[in-house]
Design a protein around this ligand. Structure first.
Ligand code: BG6
Length: 485
């Protein structure tokens, strides 16, 4: 589907890492697929490049390499580049915003301002846009991290909210744009099969893992001031949790979905600071080996303080205080430099209440649904079956659904979907302010406690994190479940 009408997509941070790796490649893909309206323009804004010619040279040198696994279609690339304009702008100079306004004067259609900059620039940019009237009828896209804690995120939201209304604000959490996350909604609300079982009576526990093999790459400085709780839990993991646990929405319109997610976030059992060591584990990777290659310790990565106490791993036990989920533990985990790159949701169903088939049928975990989001999107349902031969011996078997075997179309990248949604004015996959607030509120006691005392437990790179994360689950008679790739 093509974008509704003409548009102007103004990209602040036009020479930044995110523009290079994600935003411009996603716009190129949408263009190549014929999904961008013909008159749509991209206006890149940055300080470093002198003029359009030098900006396009930068785009050719840096963006092309990040475009499509299938390679670049030179014709499509040339017509994509034709859409790009450039405005050299120094954020501190009011007259540069006048220049920007003049440059946008003849552009018709939807206007989008994408702030691919650090959060400290969000408010100054919004003020400067408003000072030249560019906030009117425009949409603004804010990248994470939006703030550092509840207070700073509220401060940004308050200030931006004075200039743009909530309907104009698109807060990105790229996990919401991933095809498999969309599929989770389809699985839950498009099938009658799972819904009756999706509750405390039948579910014993749920695990959600986002594991990465990568370390902090070139972002040591940023990461060391952020840590895994802010970088991954407050946003991606809590968003996934809210989709797994939400009530069926009345429709898929943006507020119906976001209202239900919000109810989950508000029902998260508050964490008592005295219990933090029982329900939260933090770790930091030491040197180790990943797929046969030695990797250095976090504390020796460029930009990281040698005595850093920043966590690169988090495991949590979360409870939801509502009728559907009371008493069901949700175990969340994320980390850098783990044994594998995988994002997965595991729903563990209860054992049968009585087994006529002998003790082996009372096995916990006999029925489990594993929803793999990445790298290969699959859904696997574990059941018990009789082993061939004499006697009634049960064995675990599974039904597999591999999406790439069913659908020949390749998956759309998260950023591509989200950027098209912004241009088309669809807010459902963006985080509403109240959701964000509820998530910060919930993580804050952990942030405070960790800042005040103790330090992360070490784990070797290439493993599944500190032993304490496994011990936390053992207390509940379960363990982390890692699927074979
Ligand atoms: C980002 C985090 O939001 O998500 C990164 O800032 C992390 O630290 C990334 O690596 C993971 O995203 P994905 O899509 O690669 O799983």
């Amino acid at each position: 589907m093509q974008t509704d009408s003409s548009f102007t997509f103004v990209l602040f941070g036009g020479t930044g890492d995110l523009s290079m790796r994600k935003i411009l490649p996603a716009l190129y893909e949408a263009h190549r697929a014929g999904m961008l309206a013909a008159g749509g323009k991209i206006v890149a804004v940055a300080r470093h490049e002198e003029d359009r010619a030098s900006y396009l040279q930068w785009v050719n040198e840096h963006v092309k390499a990040h475009v499509a696994k299938s390679g670049v279609d030179e014709n499509a690339w040339a017509s994509f580049v034709d859409r790009i304009e450039y405005v050299k702008l120094d954020l501190g100079r009011a007259e540069d915003f006048v220049k920007l306004r003049d440059a946008l004067q003849d552009h018709s259609g939807t206007r989008v301002f994408y702030l691919a900059t650090g959060p400290s620039l969000f408010v100054p940019i919004c003020h400067a846009l408003a000072s030249v009237g560019l906030n009117e009828n425009a949409r603004i896209v804010l990248e994470k991290p939006l703030g550092y804690d509840l207070r700073s995120s509220n401060a940004i939201n308050d200030a931006v909210g004075e200039i743009f209304s909530e309907e104009q604000i698109y807060r990105i959490d790229h996990y919401l744009g991933k095809e498999p996350v969309q599929n989770l909604l389809a699985l839950r609300f498009g099938n009658a099969l799972f819904e009756p079982l999706w509750r405390r009576e039948w579910v014993e526990s749920i695990q959600i893992t986002i594991a990465e093999e990568l370390g902090v790459e070139a972002r040591g400085d940023f990461y060391d001031n952020t840590g895994a709780l802010r970088d991954m839990v407050q946003n991606h993991l809590l968003q996934l949790l809210s989709i797994v646990a939400m009530e069926p929405p009345h429709s898929m319109d943006s507020d119906s979905v976001r209202d239900e997610k919000l109810r989950v976030l508000r029902a998260l059992k508050p964490i008592d600071p005295r219990d933090i060591s029982k329900v939260a584990v933090r770790g930091q990777y030491h040197a180790g080996v990943i797929r046969g290659t030695s990797v250095p310790a976090y504390a020796t990565e460029p930009g990281v303080k040698p005595d850093s106490t920043t966590e690169t791993f988090v495991a949590l036990k979360v409870e939801i205080e509502n009728w559907r989920w009371a008493g069901v533990p949700f175990f969340l985990r994320t980390g850098k430099r783990l044994a594998d790159r995988v994002a997965e949701i595991v729903v563990n169903f209860r054992a049968v209440p009585h087994s006529a088939l002998g003790a082996s049928a009372l096995r916990a975990g006999a029925n489990r649904l594993v929803i793999r989001l990445q790298p290969n999107e699959t859904i696997r349902l574990y059941c018990l079956a009789k082993k061939p031969g004499e006697g009634m011996n049960l064995s675990s078997v599974h039904l597999d659904l591999a999406f790439d075997q069913f659908f020949k179309e390749g998956q759309m990248e998260a950023y591509q979907r989200l950027l098209l949604d912004v241009i088309n004015g669809r807010l459902a996959l963006f985080v509403r302010r109240d959701e964000q607030e509820a998530a910060w509120k919930w993580v804050e006691p952990i942030l405070n406690e960790w800042a005040a005392s103790g330090k992360p437990k070490p784990y070797a790179a290439g493993t599944w994190g500190p032993a304490a994360a496994s011990a936390m689950l053992a207390q509940h008679g379960t363990c982390w479940l890692e699927e074979e790739n």
